[in-house]
Design a protein around this ligand. Sequence first.
Ligand code: NDP
Length: 626
Amino acid sequence: MRKNFKDLLSHDEAVLGFDPHGLRERYARERERRIHDKGMGQYVRMDRQLSESGPADPYMPVTPRDPIDRDVEVLILGGGFGGLLSGAYLRKAGIDDFLILDAAGDFGGTWYWNRYPNAQCDTEAYVYLPLLEETGYMPTRNYAYAPEIFEHSRRIGRTFDMYRNALFHTTIHGARWDEETGRWLVSTDRGDKLRARNLVLANGGLVRPKLPNVPGLADFKGHMFHTSRWDYDYTGGDSQGNLQNLADKRVGIIGTGATGIQCTVPLAESSKDLYIFQRTPSSVGVRGNKLTDAKWVETLAPGWQRRRAEDFIGAIEGREYQDDYPGDGWIDLVAYNAKVVRALRKEGLLSDPNDVGRVTENADFEKMEQIRRRVSEIVKDPATAELLKPWYRPLCKRPCFHDEYLDIFNRPNVHLVDAADGGIERLTENGVVVGGELFELDCLIFATGFETTPAFAPNNGLEIVGRAGMPLSEKWKDSFSTMFGYTTAGFPNCYFVARTQAPMPQNLTTLLEEAAEHIAYVISETKARGADIVDTTEDGEKVWQEEMISKRRDNLRFHALCTPGYFNNEGELSDTGHSLFAGLYGGGTIGFFELVRAWRTEGKLEGLILEKHVAKADTLAPAHTE
Ligand code: NDP
């Protein structure tokens, strides 16, 4: 059995305590089993399937209002953390004339829609919830539940007085740059006609719920809904569980990702029978949620949150960090191999580059062996425990952390259905078929995640049309092309809030905050320098493409060996195009921050071109063409 980090250089099972060769083969076999011949095409959008069975917004009625016709300095699309941070940084920069549009009935974005019971953020609340110091708020626990996060979104809205800037239950159809007026013409589903000097696109990544595209989806006669539109009228209870209406119901849930494992716990406690249809098990590490330590809070000096958030990101990236994340699952699982590599390098033991690969892989094996041992320790039935063991490297799929999930499989009313070979086959009017067997159900819940297709594809109903009538979907048809991921040439005064060509979101809100600060800087500097319009130059964009290429990481080799999922485009890999990892900046988040901050400090706005808009006498009232 391994005695110290040095042993991770070995190939030998007797030294390591596991058989690396055998594990490599097992991972490959499990991957082969899971490859789906339709790749991403195995899914269908929820809005074509379930929307008729419930209101567009199950949480808040949509109230009628008159269409709005007005000019605005900045129009922000999205009222989640990206939009809220953008608004907050505009306020800080003294820009008050902005509107935030969202299809939801309040701020919150993801946390508005995802209200399923026991929903929680897996990233430490002290780094995930933004603007804690500005809002004077301290999370109650180290991992916050969804209602607390949603309420924090509202708090940011109140603190920065942004409710007066908000247009809720409003969906943008499209935005078209109008050269005559130097504005974005924006039309909405409420009949609004808005003319925005600047357009900030903070419309999130995982927004459109998806369902398995299996036969019989429309045949099921029981009740069904997606986790992001939880039907408490049907289940009873609330975000804490107590789903009392399910006491006499046979409930099925498809999906055992981060959402699935959180909401199955209250479902197991409340349902008469719960059938969990599992294709790939998640890795489920220790959660260890605790109340916030008041003594620790007293030690925090001003500026602590940004520093901590960047320290946390650095740790995940494999940098040295202050060791004050006791029991954090991300640090324990993801930063572990980098910690081993650092320790061995210090001892001068990693001179051969091949050794780094072997040590990293062995460290990953070791961590996943711990995850698998935990399953056996908690789940009493050995056959069920075997099915719950994940056979892939830690970052092949989104790691999960939970202290009650595995234990539900010891309950007599919980049935794990193995759908590893191809997933669920079809739905009938009575239930779900897997491996030729029908599981009869009263209610079926889809915890099947969200589309990861590009947000600006024409079929997403949001077309952004830039200079010379060029649609963004056309410009980005083959691959993305931006400057810092924030702007793109030919789309003046248009900003993307950390959507693409940005670094890996180890903590998304920190990326969103940097984007918000950057965008507010460019907008206010443009104004301060007497210009109205700012566009990215071809050169500016080219420099960033070169930087993207020079820092490109060979994620392909890693992901090619991973079990399929949205991380690796369901196994359909390409290092160009739009797959999740192809669009990521490989220079790391901290490196990215250093780069964009240096650019701002330099103050030359290099790569951008400022223009003064000259209005034509006859263009007072531009026509909306959308
Ligand atoms: P995911 O896409 O992660 O998971 C979808 C699940 O559905 C997977 O288990 C998948 O299996 C399963 N599935 C899909 N099709 C079928 C099928 N035909 N038959 C059987 N099973 C099927 O969605 P989630 O909602 O769990 O997560 C969405 C996003 O939200 C993720 O990015 C996640 O990280 C994030 N999230 C974050 C949280 C946080 O803490 N911050 C909390 C909850 C979610 P398979 O794995 O085999 O494809």
